[in-house]
Write a protein that binds this ligand. Structure first.
Ligand code: XMP
Length: 317
């Protein structure tokens, strides 16, 4: 029978055997998978593991600082890299979703590779790949690989010449969480909703600017904090806000406004492959809508996404 303790003991022993005295580098995302994978590897080989956490300028409000702090508290040897401007420069003027993903993936690899080169004699690349990622990128080559290029799997550039170590590639998400809890990783990381690698970059429809990121961060923060404050966060599998590339007319006092529209999305799911929109209470939605419109400059309308997957996807891009 599978238990997290048995898994941890077996995996740590296996990692020790496999890695020996080699060095490992690993990118962290702030998500459950990479955090649990890094903790397992760290448990096996300690400071032979160097972690890299990149601020791509597309993270949630305050996320970089908060997550970096959690990692340091966990004893991980982690380098935080502020690469915001590099990403914004590469994304300037790009509107097509897959082109954005490619640009974000490419810059990530460049930034990561710069850091990896600073580590002497690194041999391995740690990855937080979980079983559904493996399945999705291998067997569903049809729709999923072409609809969206998830870049967690196989995105290793030749020039890095590292062997890959993926301690979670037989686990499902709920098992990863169980392992994470057994490893005493903070609930803030373990219980967090999934968040896509390209981050807010695929939630800003149209071109990406620092100003739009800032607007969406504020909207997202009000929504997510609201879910937490109202005890709804754990009833939702994933939630977020989309900044739409349109303006709508509104009225504020005696003034006519012509400002941005945001869409809120909250879904229930098991693995992200299918999803249902969550029936959030009307009172909650009303309160959050008011708060967003009153507090976020440049937004005068909020809509709620009531589409399920399929035929819609969770993200809008
Ligand atoms: P969709 O929008 O395809 O999303 O229904 C399913 C799940 O995958 C996440 N997602 C991504 N994750 N890179 C990632 O790391 C991506 O390019 C990407 N696109 C979507 C999405 O947030 C949801 O959890």
């Amino acid at each position: 029978d599978w238990t997290s303790d048995v898994f941890i003991d077996a995996t740590v022993a296996e990692l020790k055997e496999k890695i020996g005295s080699d060095k490992v580098v690993m990118g962290l995302s702030g998500g459950v998978d990479s955090s649990v994978a890094a903790t397992l590897i760290h448990k096996a080989i300690g400071d032979q593991l160097t972690c890299v956490f990149v601020d791509n300028g597309l993270l949630r409000k305050n996320e970089f600082e908060e997550v970096l702090d959690s990692y340091k508290h966990m004893g991980l040897n982690v380098i935080g890299v502020d690469a915001k401007q590099r990403f914004y420069d590469a994304l300037a003027g790009i509107t097509e979703p897959e082109a954005k993903r490619k640009a974000i993936g490419r810059v990530f690899i460049e930034v990561f590779d710069d850091e990896a080169h600073k580590i002497d004699g690194v041999k391995w690349l740690g990855q937080g790949t979980i079983y559904p990622d493996v399945i999705e990128s291998v067997s569903v080559k049809g729709p999923s690989a072409t609809i969206k290029s998830h870049h967690n799997v196989g995105g290793l550039p030749d020039f890095m010449k590292l062997s890959v170590v993926e301690p979670l590639n037989t686990l499902f998400k709920d098992e990863v969480r169980e392992v994470g809890r057994a490893l005493e990783i903070t609930e803030k990381i373990i219980g967090r909703h999934p968040f896509p690698g390209p981050g807010l970059g695929i939630r800003i429809l149209g071109d990406i600017t620092a100003e739009k990121v800032n607007t969406l961060q504020e909207v997202d923060h009000i929504f997510i904090k609201g879910l937490k404050d109202h005890g709804l966060y754990d009833d939702v599998w994933q939630a977020g806000a989309m900044l739409l590339p349109i303006q709508s007319v509104g009225v504020m006092g005696d003034e006519r406004t012509y400002e941005r529209v945001v869409a809120l999305r909250a879904v229930g799911s098991v693995d992200g492959m299918t999803a249902d929109w969550i029936h959030l209470p009307y009172e909650f939605l009303g309160k959050i809508s008011n708060e967003i419109i009153n507090r976020v400059k440049g937004v005068n309308r909020v809509v709620y996404d009531i589409s399920s997957k399929p035929p819609a996807t969770i993200e809008w891009e």
